[in-house]
Structure formats: C-alpha cells, structure tokens
Design a binder for this molecule. Structure first.
Ligand SMILES: Cc1cc2nc3c(=O)[nH]c(=O)nc-3n(C[C@H](O)[C@H](O)[C@H](O)COP(=O)(O)OP(=O)(O)OC[C@H]3O[C@@H](n4cnc5c(N)ncnc54)[C@H](O)[C@@H]3O)c2cc1C
Length: 412
C-alpha cells in the first residue's frame, strides 16, 4: 500500500532514505532548507569506506591523549569553553571506547559497512554517476615504521575476520605507486575495496535527481516547523504545508535540535571538521590518510581536498581552523600543494552518538516518526544502506540488516 512520507534533511542519509522509499512507489517529499547535498555530505573526504569496519573510538593511548591535550596534531582540537557542555556524551563515548565494548559495537557497525559499496553500486548506476566514482581504493600512509608495523598486523587480522582486501607497501613500492610524494615514508596500506568520489555533494545531487525522476518531490522548508496532526505529521515548506503519515528525521548534525523540541535527550554531539582545496603541484593518484598526523588528502574535481580530524566544539561556534593550517603544513611535507583554491576553509560537523552507532528506527514515543541520524565519520559511506533499512522498516518488511543495535529506544 502506498504511504505518504516526509523526509527531513537532504544530505546523503536523508536523500538515500527518500530515494529508497520513492523507488518502492511511496509518495515522498524530501524537505531541506538548502539544495540536496550542500552541508556535511558536501564537505567530507568523499570516501565510501568499505574498510571502516570499526567505528572511530575515543583515543585511549597516552601518547595520543597528550597530543590531543596539547593541541599538537591535525587530528583533534577542542574549544575549552565547550568541554563542560560536552562532558556527559564524551564520558559515555570514552566508556564505549573501552576495547572490549568497542569490539562488540564494531560487530554491529561492520554489519552496516559490509553493505556500503554493495548498496551504493546500484544507486550510482541508476543515477548515471559512475563518472564521479573511482573504485581503486586508497592509502593509509605512515611516517613511523612502528605505527606502520602495528597497522599491517591489524590489517592482516581484518582481512581474516572481514575479508578486507589490502596490500602492504614498503617505502619503495609506495614511492613507485605515488610519484607525487616528495618524501620517503615508512610505507602504506592500500585498501582495495574503498571507493573515492571526486565531488561528494554532486553524488548526493545525482541521487536527488534520480529521486525526482522516480516520482519524489523536493521542497524547501524548515524542519523546525514539524508538528504532529491527527493522522500523522505536517511541515511547512515553500510549496505550502505538507502532510504525511510518516516523518523521518535525517538532519545530520542538526538532528539534536529537533529531537530536543520533541522531548528526546539522546547522547549526541558533533565533531567538527574543516577542508580546503589546493592546486599547483602534482596531486596524489589515490586519496591518502596520513595516519600519524590525522589528515586526509583527497584528489577532487576542485583540487586536492585536505580534510582535518575532529574539533570538539558547539555546532554553531565560530570557525577556528587551526587544524587546517597545521594539516596544510603537514600535507606539504608529503606533496606539493602551494595554492589554496578558496579564500576561506569549509567547516562542517560529523553527527556523532556516544556509542558510535547510528540511530536508525522508530521514535520511541511518537507514532509515524522515524530517526535516521548519527552516522559520525561514515555517513557518506552508509547513506544507501541506512536508507534501505529505514524504507524496509517503514514498510514493515524484514530489513537487510538486523536493526536492533541501531534502535533509537536504546537511548530512551
Ligand atoms: C571533514 C569531514 C570528512 C569526512 N569524510 C568522510 C568520508 O570520507 N566518508 C564518509 O563516509 N563520511 C565522511 N564524513 C562524515 C559524513 O560527511 C557525514 O557522516 C554525513 O555527511 C552525514 O550525512 P547526513 O545526511 O546525516 O547529514 P548532512 O549531510 O549534514 O545533511 C543534513 C541536512 O539537513 C539539513 N537541515 C539541517 N537543519 C535543517 C532545518 N532546520 N530545516 C531543513 N533542513 C535542515 C541540512 O541543510 C542538510 O542538507 C566526513 C565528515 C567531515 C566533517
């Protein structure tokens, strides 16, 4: 039976949710205050991370913690004034990062990641977006031979447990694979199953075009106007008020504002991140993650995109792109990147949960309300499988992945 559904938020997660529902013949309106794919899903590193079977844990090694506290790397920064407000979700994040607990959570996370490229593939095909996607993997590069060795051991274990294909490169093999490198590194791991997108926002826009082609409606509106009605939900848009039996909240880092308005206090927080494009030198052939310094260099349409790690701050606090300055200096040790493309860096925010698992499922206390949010470091990767899961749950079908670990009810 055809259902009417309004999806709030047209990032990768909301767009894929709306698309999966529209492909199943439902009457779907996708509401955003901007064009699809212009926020977090625009500014990420563009990696469809099939290798990311373990969610990003709170660092627990003393060396990393000292670097964080002293604000030395490009991986972590924090606003001192924001820490008190973040203390509760961060304390829970720390607790969930305890190795045994993290290993359990990783099993649930991996079940989604296993479907990441599998679920992107048909959407890329139907959206005619193959020109945006390179399917030849990416490199973890290492400056220190100790961290290289640890990562090689870990990669071997992951290949055994999850079938993740990889090749370990010694310094000479890495230099041959990446002629743009200006320095001799300790080596690299080439993850073969990860895909790289040359314009992440454009991929979301192509999925949104496909959504319209199969009968979906795009509307501009403010999700804060969502209200329950006798038969479902209503939201105000530029096309007038839209009423639907079901509403899906997929507002990425802004989800918490609406959830609080509805009476939910979930342990959500954001990790902000910056990027900027650079030109002028030879770009790397594949995207590379500089593991020892915490930055990513991703060749994109606009230039080489450097992305930073996490900044713990309030979502709407002013930008403090010190990590990007550090990241650019560190990146220039690796490849020649003399010219910034944009006058100012881009700032976005990863939507995080304290237990590192996304929130996908029915709202505990509202009929016809659904949540699809909190995808943290891997929302660009997980949009299609999360969207499918949500569509199958709304239809009352058996979902492709057991949804229990992602249930909103775990947070009350
Ligand atoms: C620097 C950086 C690098 C990253 N690299 C990767 C990567 O390589 N691979 C990967 O998988 N993930 C990566 N991520 C994470 C990934 O980008 C996010 O997890 C993902 O984009 C979240 O998607 P989303 O659809 O939930 O949120 P968003 O893309 O932010 O979408 C939310 C939408 O809600 C809309 N919205 C908000 N408030 C309202 C309102 N009141 N009314 C109407 N609309 C509203 C916004 O306009 C937006 O379009 C990275 C993130 C960062 C910051």
């Amino acid at each position: 039976m055809t259902k009417s559904i309004v999806v709030l938020g047209a990032g990768m997660v909301g767009t894929c949710t709306a698309l999966h529902l529209a492909l199943r013949g439902h009457a779907v309106t996708l509401v955003d205050r901007r064009e699809p794919g212009r926020e977090t899903s625009y500014g990420n590193a563009g990696l469809i991370q099939r290798e990311a079977v373990e969610p990003y844990a709170f660092p627990r090694q003393l060396g990393t913690l000292a670097r964080v506290a002293l604000k030395r790397g490009a991986d972590v920064n924090y606003h001192f004034g924001a820490l008190a407000g973040l203390a509760r979700p961060l304390a829970r994040y720390w607790a969930h990062s305890q190795p045994r607990r993290h290993a359990l959570l990783s099993q649930a996370f991996a079940r989604l990641i296993e479907h990441s490229t599998l679920e992107h593939a048909p959407l890329i095909e139907q959206a005619g977006a193959g020109d945006l996607v390179k399917r030849d993997g990416y490199h973890f590069v290492f400056r220190s031979s100790v961290s290289m060795q640890q990562a090689a051991d870990k990669a071997r274990a992951l290949e055994q447990s999850h079938g993740l294909r990889h090749t370990t490169l010694d310094p000479d093999a890495l230099a041959a694979a990446e002629p743009a490198l200006r320095t001799r590194l300790a080596g690299a791991i080439h993850w073969h199953d990860t895909w790289a997108v040359s314009d992440p926002g454009a991929l979301v826009a192509r999925y949104a075009d496909l959504f319209e082609k199969v009968g979906g409606t795009l509307a501009k509106g403010d999700a804060a106007s969502l209200n329950p009605t006798a038969s479902g939900w209503q939201v105000r848009t530029e096309n007038g008020a839209i009423s639907a039996e079901h509403a899906v909240v997929a507002l990425g880092p802004w989800s918490d504002t609406l959830l609080r308005q509805l009476g939910y206090r979930f342990p959500l927080f954001v990790k902000r991140g910056y990027h900027r494009h650079y030109r002028g030198g030879e770009p790397p052939r594949l995207a590379m993650y500089d593991v020892d310094r915490g930055l990513v260099l991703a060749p994109m349409r606009q230039g080489v995109r450097i992305t930073t790690g996490a900044e713990f701050a309030q979502l709407d606090a002013r930008p403090t792109p010190v990590q990007l300055d550090r990241a650019w200096a560190l990146a220039r040790e690796l490849v020649d990147l003399p010219e910034p493309v944009e006058p100012e860096p881009w700032l976005g925010a990863r939507p995080c949960t304290a237990d590192m698992l996304p929130v996908i499922g029915p709202a505990p206390r509202h009929r016809g309300l659904w949540f699809n949010l909190g995808h943290a470091h891997q929302g660009f990767t997980l949009g299609p499988v999360s969207g499918r899961l949500m569509a199958e749950m709304i239809e009352g079908q058996t979902p492709v992945v057991d949804p229990k670990p992602y249930a909103p009810a775990r947070f009350g």
